[in-house]
Design a protein around this ligand. Structure first.
Ligand code: AOF
Ligand code: ZN
Length: 370
């Protein structure tokens, strides 16, 4: 008999394992697999793995390799339905069957049209006991980017805003203003590492000259793809973004070429530095998200500024808001934020408040009607 509490406990462990490579598995979801056996002395983990950086090998084959013979008769906890397709690797469902696993517990079934339900069939046809929907809601959260891209052909969009106590995001003409403290900035750095792509408008790219990379020691390689909405291609060639484009990719999304020599020259100069120029006219949030999804981007973090945030909010294309509120007051010189703790757009539900040093982090999620 399956023990509900035990299933929840090991699926929670599989979800923790899955989280390790979030944002680092390309277009593949980061899946966790934990193999557990019980020889009468209580359950213990004999193999545990996450989808490899880059997306392959998948989680199950690695966990099975670690378990070896101990996988025979064991239970495998997997956060996503094991694959059934011959893609770049053979099907994980076949590998679970070959290893003699007795039971497979799954959080979320796979919407990938090559898999969807067939992974379950392979397992059941081989006589394996299959239980789905264990910690499904948590699983859906962990896989939110992948699921959004598969179901809606767009990335899951998180809007991050840092506002002063009086609801300002900065001071005009003063570049990057310190609104939040180190704990909040560390949090954002970590978030960047877990996200596929990051987006800012050209106003922010010029005013703040941000690098938008992850600078946590050891996680530099997890910096996201950097995307700038840059209608006229005004990104300075001297900006940190342009200067580091060969190290961490940068896309400038521009309106259609205006035919002028000056535009062509700006474009060439950026391309010479390694910036990829993507034409999109008009630059509509929905089209932009579709183009990013086609490139395999499953999660997008919007980091500014006010205009870009407003554009995506107006289009109904923000799924989560992370609102950092610092203690300082910026006063009349400030640039007002499109939202603050007292003014949250309709449709968003407050999820939690966390204290980070002297700052508050409020999380809101858009409630979609299924
Ligand atoms: C699994 N375990 O760890 C992951 C899975 O391009 P491929 O051949 O690697 O296939 C990508 C698909 O594999 C992806 O869309 C999803 O259905 C599945 N991902 N499956 O069994 C894993 N990451
Ligand atoms: Zn697989």
């Amino acid at each position: 008999m399956a023990d509900r509490a035990e299933d929840d406990r090991f699926m929670a462990e599989a979800l923790t394992v899955a989280h390790r490579n979030r944002g680092a598995t390309g277009s593949n979801p980061s899946v966790g697999c934990v193999i557990v056996r019980d020889d009468g002395d209580g359950p213990h983990i004999v193999g545990s793995a996450v989808t490899a950086v880059g997306g392959r090998p998948h989680a199950e084959t690695q966990a099975l390799a670690l378990a070896g013979d101990a996988a025979r008769g064991a239970t495998a906890y997997v956060t996503l339905e094991p694959c059934s397709h011959h893609g770049k690797t053979p099907p994980c469902a076949d590998a679970l069957v070959a290893a003699g696993v007795a039971r497979v517990v799954i959080a979320v079934t796979d919407p990938d049209e090559r898999v969807s339900g067939r992974g379950l069939d392979i397992l059941r046809d081989a006589g394996i006991v299959v239980d789905t929907g264990v910690l499904e809601e948590k699983g859906e959260r962990e896989l939110e980017g992948y699921l959004m891209r598969k179901r809606n052909n767009r990335p899951y969009v998180t809007l991050k805003l840092a506002v002063s106590a009086d609801g300002m995001i900065g001071i005009k003409g003063q570049g990057q203003i310190r609104i939040t403290g180190t704990a909040a900035r560390d949090y954002v750095q970590r978030l960047r590492a877990e996200t596929d792509a990051i987006l800012v408008g050209i106003g922010t790219a010029i005013a703040d000259n941000p690098e938008l990379t992850c600078r946590i020691p050891g996680l530099e390689a997890r910096s996201p793809l950097r995307v700038v909405i840059d209608g006229e291609l005004d990104m300075p060639t001297t900006s940190k973004l342009a200067q580091t484009a060969r190290l961490v990719p940068v896309i400038a999304v521009s309106g259609r070429e205006d035919g002028s020599d000056a535009y062509a020259a700006r474009r060439q100069a950026l391309q010479d530095l390694g910036v990829e120029v993507v034409l999109c006219n008009p630059i509509e949030p929905a089209d932009l998200l579709g183009a990013l999804a086609t490139r395999g981007v499953s999660s997008l973090l919007i980091e500014g500024g006010a205009r870009t945030a407003q554009q995506f909010l107006n289009a109904g294309l923000v799924d989560r808001i992370l609102l950092f509120t610092g203690p300082a007051t910026l006063g009349e010189e400030g640039v007002p934020s499109p939202l603050d703790r007292h003014l949250i757009p309709v449709g968003f539900t407050h999820r939690q408040t966390t204290t980070l040093g002297d700052d508050l982090l409020d999380t809101y999620e858009y409630e979609r009607i299924p």
